[in-house]
Design a protein around this ligand. Structure first.
Ligand code: GDP
Ligand code: MG
Length: 598
């Protein structure tokens, strides 16, 4: 197969609209996986992905599709490179990478849900890169599917003819063969601009046995085993030890040809040597210019991560380093506070933070506590110097100005919920930018909002106030000055860094009050009274007391039933997990997350 018979495409969709299921069906239809080895969501390879049902890493699989052509019984063979993308907002940067490696995109929309916020966000990314968009209406087997209404939404949104919209059930397989034909017929074949080799690195991961494995899209020229190549950005040179593709098992190939997608291995130990977004070329006959790359993604949420056992610090460092090899968006640096020795970590969002914490605990057997999450503030000091603050306890007592990060958010909801959504955005200090109908029934609202207000419970609140019918997405929108203050939390009279937070002055009293009330519930009774206070500067704004407990847990059992005793002790032990000793008080993990759940 040559470049004319190559098609590179991705599947983009709002979460749960059926990307992974459609990918499974495409694999089945092209016999990529022997029947006995088939399982659901084959591309979601990590355990956590499978359990949580989300796709984190983009994956590239090569499918071979044969079909009869020209009606003369002759078969044509096509090479289809399918790039699966994640659907969650936290990982939208991976979508843009996948898109840059393709000529076309299947835009999957759930026929029972209609167009949602990430449908639009992903569509816009694909349109910016001039991808051919193939609209696919999925889940038409569902009794609640409203095929007509959602078809209308797509016609309106894309300006396409109804006949161009594929109607399928990824679950039953209905209509899926037509998807393959549409990919072949509508997605343009790759085109090459120059003779010299140029490959875009669109994903990289670290493998303990083979070193860095990078996914590349070859825009120009070829790459073969034994070639000496250069990463044009990092200027590193190395020898290609292996090239290949995933079909879906990794399969070594003699070379990657022009227009193809595959992996390269060069035995590198450092993922930074071959960064995502970099261009590879041959040392012998180098290309003159690099391919358009991507901006490095920046964390939006920061948190301190501490081992509950002090001497696990080095093990935690080691684990973070290992995870970072596969996740360049993870940021960390050592941090020392009253919590002991830990790391300040940067994440793409709260989901990313939860996943990292879960992986650290599960894969590296660590017991951790994460401090109250925060966004990154810009603080202008009195001397005029500007510093970045990601740990609320680092906010100086006096400063000239503090600026907070803003986002432009898009919310899509049925029109009867517009009032609810506007109310919520207003509570979150949002400023309305616009509102338009995307169909007769549904509305798109645009707001500028402080990031710090929405990383917390915005999504949950939005879902509950619209009975799950709203979706949202956002893009960074720079920094603006704001009247923010630091609320410190004192436990037994001592400030606990990991519990303090930065908040707008108008909300400080309410949030401080709510926080100490919550902490009173969450901090288990100790043998002594524990006062919990919130303060701004030196002024105490709220106080509660965790009263001392009187009885031993077991005392209640009067030494009688031994199984009951055991159970209580076990419960007590389980409750102990995820506690952090701060001063003389034990504080549970939920307490550190309380600030964001208020
Ligand atoms: P993704 O988040 O876009 O990858 O979505 P998944 O492929 O994981 O699908 C989300 C859920 O929808 C899963 O429970 C699938 O079984 C289900 N699903 C996907 N396609 C169909 C379909 O055509 N019909 C029905 N009834 N369910 C589907
Ligand atoms: Mg998926």
């Amino acid at each position: 197969t040559g470049i004319d018979r190559t098609r590179n495409f991705c599947i983009i969709a709002h979460i749960d609209h059926g990307k992974s299921t459609l990918a499974d069906r495409l694999l089945d239809l092209t016999d990529a996986v022997p029947e006995r080895e088939r399982m659901e969501q084959i591309l979601d390879s990590m355990d956590i992905e499978r359990e949580r049902g989300i796709t984190i890493k983009a994956q590239a699989v090569r499918l071979v599709y044969r079909r009869e052509e020209n009606g003369d019984g002759g078969e044509a063979e096509y090479m289809l490179n399918l790039i699966d993308t994640p659907g969650h907002v936290d990982f939208s940067y991976e979508v843009s990478r996948a898109i840059a490696a393709c000529e076309g995109a299947l835009l999957v929309v759930d026929a029972s849900q209609g167009i949602q916020a990430q449908t639009l966000a992903n569509l816009y990314l694909a349109m910016e890169q001039d991808l051919e968009i193939i609209p696919v209406l999925n889940k038409i087997d569902l009794p609640v599917a409203d095929v007509e209404a959602v078809t209308e939404e797509l016609v309106e949104l894309l300006g396409v003819d109804e006949s161009e919209i594929l109607k399928i059930s990824a679950k039953t397989g209905q209509g899926v063969p037509e998807v393959l034909d549409a990919v072949v017929d509508r997605v343009p074949a790759p085109e090459s601009a120059v003779e010299q080799t140029r490959g875009l690195v669109f994903d990289s991961h670290y493998d303990a046995y083979r070193g860095v494995i990078s996914l590349v899209r070859l825009f120009d020229g070829e790459l073969a085993k034994g070639d000496r190549v250069q990463a044009m950005g990092s200027e590193e040179e190395f020898e290609v030890l292996e090239v290949g593709c995933y079909s879906p098992k990794p399969t070594a190939l003699p070379k990657l040809g022009v227009g193809e997608v595959g992996y390269i291995i060069a035995g590198l130990k450092d993922i930074e040597a071959l960064r995502v977004g970099d261009t590879v070329t041959k040392v012998e006959d180098p290309a003159e210019s690099v391919l358009p790359g991507y901006a490095k993604v920046l964390p939006t949420v920061y948190s301190g991560i501490y081992p509950t056992v002090g001497d696990d610090f080095e093990r935690l460092r080691d684990a973070l380093q290992k995870l970072q090899l596969n996740d360049a968006s993870l940021f960390f640096e050592p941090e020392n506070s009253r919590m002991g020795f830990g790391f300040r970590c940067g994440f793409l969002g709260l989901l990313h933070m939860e996943i990292i914490q879960e992986r650290l605990e599960r894969e590296f057997d660590l017991d951790l506590i994460a401090s109250s999450p925060s966004v990154k503030y810009e603080v202008v000091l009195q001397g005029g110097e500007t510093v970045e603050v990601t740990n609320p306890s680092d906010l100086p007592e006096v400063f000239e100005e503090i600026r907070e990060p803003m986002v432009r958010a898009t919310v899509i909801c049925p029109k009867e919920y517009v009032g609810q959504v506007m109310g919520l955005c207003h509570e979150k200090r949002g400023v309305s930018v616009g509102m338009e109908y995307i169909s007769t029934k549904r509305v798109q609202l645009t707001y500028d909002l402080p990031l710090g207000e929405i990383i917390t419970d915005f999504f949950d609140a939005l879902k509950s106030r619209t009975r799950g019918y709203a979706s949202y997405d956002y893009d960074p929108k720079g920094y603006v000055a704001s009247d923010l203050v630091k609320v410190e939390i004192l436990v037994s009279g001592d400030p606990v860094d990991a519990l303090s937070f930065i908040v707008h002055r108008d909300k400080a009293y309410y949030r401080g009050r709510a926080m100490v009330e919550k902490l009173k519930e969450l901090i288990p009774r100790q043998q002594f009274e524990v006062p919990v206070q919130a303060s701004i500067g030196k002024r105490i704004i709220a106080r509660e007391t965790v009263r001392a407990y009187r009885k031993d847990v077991i005392a209640k059992c009067y030494g009688g039933d031994i199984t009951r005793k055991k159970k209580l002790l076990e419960q007590q032990k389980a409750g102990k997990k995820r506690m952090k000793q701060v001063g003389n008080v034990e504080i549970p993990q939920e307490a550190f997350l309380a600030a964001i759940r208020i």
